[in-house]
Design a protein around this ligand. Structure first.
Ligand code: URA
Length: 443
């Protein structure tokens, strides 16, 4: 029996917590015998004094064990369970393609996704723009989707990592969200409760990223790889650029359309393609489905070209309640906004910078995202045809299209976007798309 106040005192005084006392604290968080005040005091002590890798592994595993852990062994799947987690961004359509790509290459990907909050979009909101798609399937539907489609992108069901919910709620109102060990344990405990064997982390860096500086993005990636491997996961992380929307579209239905165009070979936006393939390649390598990264890339490109990845996506959508012909007739199903207006370049020059966070907030202002968790999403609105950093433009040329429900909404978004796009006379230095790869060997 450990007194929570003693655990708090020890962390306050920079002592190292034991596995037993961390487990005891998390049990108290889960059964409500520990108060909000005590959770907040411990998270502030961790925020200020940090956790060692071992403490963070113990915290992660205790939080994972605070609720249900999804089991896949009984399905006898003929391949590994692989998943990806992204710290979130604008136009980050990757998950919609990555699950089907893993599946097409012999992996299985039950992906528990979240709804969007703030400037970043959520995969679940994107899929909700497909009529009938049920992200909360029955066990039978979920099993069928995982077995047959090899991928099921679903919402959080049951009681996964409930300790994280209480701890996160306390952190949110006590200025302790921005703690690398707490973020690490929060992300990994939920992922581990999904029952995966291998994980690829996409840690965004840049003006639309959750972490405010590249150095902190890298620190988070290193922490997750180190703690994740300590918790028994095979994993690696890529730092990927979020100084602009990853896809040429940002919103919900518009991103689903973009993913369908990609999977069916109609369009292959180069940055989106590279990040998707590189994240998938990491997963195939970690899980033994490819002998090296080049072999992984070849397999992934072949499954795109053959249409197998597209087929997996279509199967997942249909098994989870969506239409059977989403690939053939996406326009029949995906909502279209009635008002479309372009954002025009105000002068000649090169696109030198985006305030990507503000571009994401323009999508929220259109109704395509939420600032409070109870807000309802409009699937139809968003941005398409977004120009890229470094692109030369002439005055009056379109920088992107706004899709809105009304002229008034479109005008509000237009003003926000105009302030978030910068045009300069000189061509900017190109930023690396994937500045760093971090594997266990690099720690
Ligand atoms: N995302 C999470 O899931 N948890 C955090 O603590 C921060 C971001």
């Amino acid at each position: 029996m450990y007194l929570p106040q003693e655990t708090i005192r020890r962390k306050r005084d920079k002592e190292v917590l034991t596995q037993d006392e961390i487990q005891s604290f998390i049990r108290g968080v889960t059964d409500n015998s520990i108060s909000e005040a005590q959770i907040s005091a411990l998270t502030m002590a961790i925020f200020l004094n940090g956790l060692s890798k071992e403490e963070c592994v113990h915290l992660t595993l205790a939080m994972r064990d605070s609720g249900d852990i999804m089991q896949w062994k009984h399905l006898d799947l003929p391949g590994p369970i692989i998943d990806k987690h992204s710290t979130g961004g604008v136009g980050d359509t990757v998950s919609l393609m990555l699950g089907p790509l893993f599946a097409a290459c012999g992996g299985f990907n039950p992906m528990i996704s979240g709804r969007g909050l703030g400037h970043t979009g959520g995969t679940l909101d994107k899929l909700a723009s497909i009529p009938g798609y049920n992200p909360f399937p029955t066990n039978e539907q979920l099993t069928e989707a995982v077995k047959i489609a090899g991928t099921a992108i679903i919402g959080q069901t049951g009681n996964l990592a409930p300790a994280d919910k209480r701890i996160y709620a306390a952190r949110d109102v006590t200025a302790t969200v921005e703690s690398i060990p707490l973020i690490t344990a929060s992300i990994l405990s939920k992922k581990l409760a999904g029952g995966l064997d291998y994980l690829v982390m996409d840690v965004k860096t840049g003006s639309g990223a959750f972490m405010p500086t590249p150095a902190l993005s890298e620190e988070l990636a290193r922490s997750i790889v180190s703690v994740g491997s300590g918790a028994g996961l095979g994993l690696s992380a890529l730092l990927t650029d979020m100084n602009q929307s990853l896809a040429p579209a940002a919103g919900n239905a518009v991103e689903v359309q973009c993913a369908i165009d990609y999977l069916t070979g109609k369009a292959k936006p180069s940055r989106l393609h590279e990040v998707t393939i590189e994240l998938c390649a990491e997963g195939l390598l970690a899980s033994g489905l490819a002998k090296d990264l080049d072999d992984a890339r070849k397999k992934l490109n072949a499954s795109l070209d053959s249409g197998l990845a597209a087929e997996k996506f279509a199967k997942m959508v249909h098994i989870l309640g969506g239409p059977s012909d989403i690939l053939e007739n996406p326009k029949k199903y995906l909502a279209q906004a009635p008002v479309k207006i372009p954002v025009k370049a105000e002068k000649n020059g090169y696109i030198s910078r985006f305030d990507t966070r503000d571009i994401g907030l323009a999508v929220v202002a259109l109704g395509g995202g939420r600032l409070r968790s109870d807000q309802v999403i409009d699937p139809a609105v968003g941005l398409t045809d977004i120009v890229e950093l470094g692109q030369e433009v002439v005055q009056g040329e379109d920088l992107m299209m706004i899709h809105a429900q009304s002229e008034k909404d479109a005008e509000i978004a237009l003003k926000m976007i105009q302030k978030a796009c910068y045009i300069h006379d000189e061509k900017p230095r190109a930023l690396p798309l994937i500045p760093k790869r971090i594997s266990v060997q690099d720690l």
